[in-house]
Write a protein that binds this ligand. Structure first.
Ligand code: C2E
Ligand code: CA
Ligand code: CA
Ligand code: CA
Length: 279
């Protein structure tokens, strides 16, 4: 039997073909995903370091594709950005998340705040603040219970435009956070001018924080920078007790990650909160 280059080549082509087919399938069916009820939202708790209580939850969208199964957001959000579906999907996530936060509050669960991710295209949309304001009025959610997460690379794209957009969101009374912090190129002078409230340390630093002295140094520096600018710091992707203890010892305010909980469905979250009297 000849294990030749052709076999390898064949394997690669069929792999690529499958990838391409899936990509095309996603592109054509994403338009109907919302109407077909294929999208759903999971919520991941954020834990406050000093009290141990659940401080809020992040809304993370999922796509249950009839053929492809669970498609992760990292695969379909970029497609949605490209073909414009993100406008409808983003608004849907925002409405659902705000309505869900209200429901939890009505169940007399603690005053949970909900975080929603905004993609670059949504953030650059001139009517964004108006739409967010409308959703807050429609759902009756207190504005300070909504946090909007915008990635560092998005806010740094056009900093003057970003300041204007952030200001109009800030006037609504929502909480603004810079997501995946440390992975983009921040100008520190810009950071000072942004009306933001929170920096979220990217998971890539957190995952090695207890083994890699560089990641530890960067993480400490981000925490010091945030506190110096009067911002809160959230660490994402906390998977171990050691990471949590390191972050706590270094003054991180909130943490989020599989160590505490994976993203879960709304009912599961309510059960978790009921079971945990500190929350
Ligand atoms: P992100 O905003 O940085 O969200 C955090 C991601 O890390 C989530 O992945 C979450 O499930 C995952 N994660 C949380 N804790 C851990 C942990 O301890 N270990 C590891 N390995 N991972 C953890 P997910 O849900 O697959 O989302 C991926 C990205 O997709 C998000 O990254 C966000 O950029 C984007 N995304 C998700 N939902 C939305 C949405 O509604 N709108 C927009 N525009 N983007 C979204
Ligand atoms: Ca996020
Ligand atoms: Ca993040
Ligand atoms: Ca991230």
């Amino acid at each position: 039997v000849k294990k030749d280059a052709r076999n390898t080549y064949r394997f690669h082509t069929s792999d690529m073909e499958r990838g391409l087919r899936e990509q095309l399938m996603m592109e054509s069916s994403l338009h109907h995903a919302l109407d077909n009820g294929e999208l759903m939202i999971h919520y991941q708790p954020k834990v406050n370091f000093s009290t141990g209580a659940v401080a809020g939850v992040e809304a993370l969208v999922r796509w249950n594709h009839p053929v492809l199964g669970q498609v992760p957001p990292a695969s379909f959000i970029p497609i949605a950005e490209e073909n414009g579906c993100i406008d409808a999907i983003g608004m849907w996530v925002l409405e659902q998340a705000c309505a869900q936060a209200r429901k939890w509050q009505e169940l007399s669960l603690p005053l949970l705040c909900v975080s929603v991710n905004l993609s670059a295209r949504q953030f650059q949309q001139p009517r964004l603040a108006e739409q967010v304001g409308q959703v807050l009025r429609d759902t009756g959610l207190v504005p300070s219970c909504l946090e909007l997460e915008i990635t560092e690379s998005t806010v740094m794209q056009d900093t003057e435009a970003a300041i204007t957009a952030l200001q109009s969101l800030k006037r609504l009374g929502v909480v603004l956070s810079v997501d995946d912090f440390g992975t983009g190129y921040s100008s520190l002078s810009c950071l000072k001018r942004f009306p933001i409230d929170v920096l979220k340390i990217d998971r890539s630093f957190v995952s090695d924080v207890t083994h890699d002295t560089n990641d530890a140094a960067i993480t400490r520096a981000i925490i010091a920078l945030a506190h110096g600018l009067d911002l809160a710091v959230v660490a994402e992707g906390v998977e171990t007790l050691e990471q949590a203890l390191f972050l706590q010892a270094n003054g991180c305010d909130e943490m989020q990650g599989y160590y505490f909980s994976r993203p879960v469905l709304p009912d599961e979250l309510a059960d978790m909160l009921r079971a945990d009297p500190v929350a």
